[in-house]
Design a protein around this ligand. Structure first.
Ligand SMILES: NC(=O)c1ccc[n+]([C@@H]2O[C@H](COP(=O)([O-])OP(=O)(O)OC[C@H]3O[C@@H](n4cnc5c(N)ncnc54)[C@H](OP(=O)(O)O)[C@@H]3O)[C@@H](O)[C@H]2O)c1
Length: 339
């Protein structure tokens, strides 16, 4: 089958290849796995960093690997222990073994039904990003109705969904972006600061946020959020697996800031990926999408073709670090099917 793969860490422009003869995904008969024909898949900056080898010391991965983790597609076959889906069902899901391929397989609990009011192209944009945004806001961030939240990097795949989810729960939302300030405002944010023109921690000092979410900044967000968090009960949640420069910064990042803040009544959490054991979260989000209250944002250059040229264009766009929402690959275009 065709798949976007890499077999060594390196610059994504060089390491990635559209392999035409990658072994096709399959499922064991006696399993709870589903085989899905992929219609569309999405990619984020984290995937880019993964290919580069930024996390190789903490996550050893067998090579070759398929790029991406989020798909929308149609169930082709199910293992004997599956009970949720049948062949022909449209699903969206999270595929840890890689998404950008004609077929993928994963346990059925990694999938939910695709919202009917949405194309595969849009639906591929939110399985992991949506779940991550939801869990950062509510599971780790404990956001309550009417609280005040600051979302750093609100224009990416995760941030653009988090803004909408926080507004859904009637939070007051402040956000940061630069090229995409207007887009974030259009999602309902109450105020959007351009991080290229001002320091948010100076502008918002003393605003006493109940929650600060970091969806792309890293060390500087840990350091400066102290200045804007509510001194009693403020929470900070980050998903950025940052690489820090030296041992002193590393200690400060992982131990110093959280300890200091803990004694000052704040809580710091690093979230290393979605928690798939909370299947009810997945169902909940797809219901909000179904209700029309949550819409994934696609980068204007999406979808990319599932061809060597399309793959290169997608990687070049990702490298700019200014993608808007999600980058999508139209996998089914290779077979001429409508998505
Ligand atoms: N822990 C996990 O499981 C996990 C999973 C997925 C992603 N991540 C991480 O989460 C982060 C967000 O991923 P994503 O896919 O949602 O977003 P993304 O695609 O990386 O975000 C792109 C956006 O980042 C903004 N941006 C760039 N530099 C910024 C800065 N210094 N401050 C604020 N915004 C900045 C740009 O906005 P403007 O163009 O408006 O400037 C651009 O629209 C990444 O760091 C990724 O590695 C972690």
């Amino acid at each position: 089958m065709k798949a976007v793969v890499y077999d060594a860490w390196g610059p994504p422009q060089e390491a990635l290849d559209l392999d035409q003869r990658f072994p096709r995904a399959f499922i064991e008969k006696d399993s709870d796995n589903v085989l899905v024909k992929v219609m569309a898949a999405s990619v984020s900056y984290r995937d880019f960093r993964e290919v580069r080898g930024d996390f190789k010391s903490v996550k050893s991965r067998a090579m070759p690997r398929i790029l991406g983790t989020e798909v929308s597609g149609i169930v082709e076959a199910v293992g004997e222990r599956c009970w949720k889906f049948r062949p022909g069902d449209s699903v969206i899901g999270i595929v840890p073994d890689g998404a950008m391929a004609e077929y993928v397989s994963a346990p059925e609990m990694h999938f939910v039904r695709k919202p009917k009011n949405m194309s595969h192209l849009h639906a591929a944009a939110f399985p992991m990003c949506g779940l991550l945004a939801f869990q950062c806001l509510y599971k780790y961030g404990d956001l309550k109705e009417g609280e005040k939240v600051l979302i750093l990097n609100a224009s990416g795949g995760v941030g653009s969904l988090a803004v909408q989810m926080a507004k859904y729960k009637k939070a007051t939302v402040y956000a940061t972006a630069s090229k995409h300030v207007e887009m974030v405002e259009s999602l309902g944010a109450d105020e959007v600061l351009d991080y290229s023109k001002c320091n948010w921690w100076e502008q918002l000092r003393g605003y006493n946020f109940d929650l600060v979410l970091d969806f792309g900044v890293g060390y500087s967000a840990w350091k400066h959020s102290e200045m804007v968090l509510n001194p009693s009960g403020g929470r900070f949640v980050t998903i950025v697996p940052d690489t820090v420069d030296g041992p002193v910064e590393f200690f400060n990042y992982m131990v110093g800031i959280p300890m200091r803040s803990f004694f000052a009544g704040k809580r710091y959490t690093y979230v290393d990926g979605v928690d798939l054991s909370n299947y009810d979260h997945f169902i909940y989000i797809s219901k909000i999408v179904q209700s029309g209250k949550l819409r994934p944002v696609l980068d204007p250059d999406s979808p990319f073709e599932f061809t060597p040229r399309g793959m290169r264009a997608m990687v070049d766009k990702l490298a700019t670090k200014h993608t808007r929402g999600k980058l999508i690959i139209n996998v089914a275009c290779s077979t001429g099917q409508s998505v």
